[in-house]
Design a protein around this ligand. Sequence first.
Ligand SMILES: [Zn+2]
Length: 139
Amino acid sequence: MDRIRLVNSTRQLDSGQLYSGMIRLHVLHHAAKEEIFGLGIIEELARHGYKLSPGTLYPILHGLEHEGLLRCYERCLAGKIRRMYRATAVGQRVLMAAKEKVRELFGELFEDETRTHLAGTRRRVAKVQARKLAIAKRC
Ligand SMILES: [Zn+2]
């Protein structure tokens, strides 16, 4: 099982499998935008609140490469050979299809929050407009 845990979580999530697909998708997303390397993507995922060890991340990168979604090549940076990854054309297409599926499946998770947020925004806008109108009437 993947050892993916939230940085601020006090216990390791035993639901790592729940997040592993999202992590893979996020790695593919970044590899589609730019070339990535292991340590850089570990830092990026930490920024999002996911702490992965190299022992967890590298099998993910190798798995994506094995599936033909990432292509690996070596680049010499500051005298060190670094393994870089980019999404392949297949990886780009898989990502596009996955984004549609995520939008469909995950959108529903946030429907109520979005509705509440929009209602709050409309109330605030209405208050500001009412205040401006009251000030205009006084002048
Ligand atoms: Zn990111």
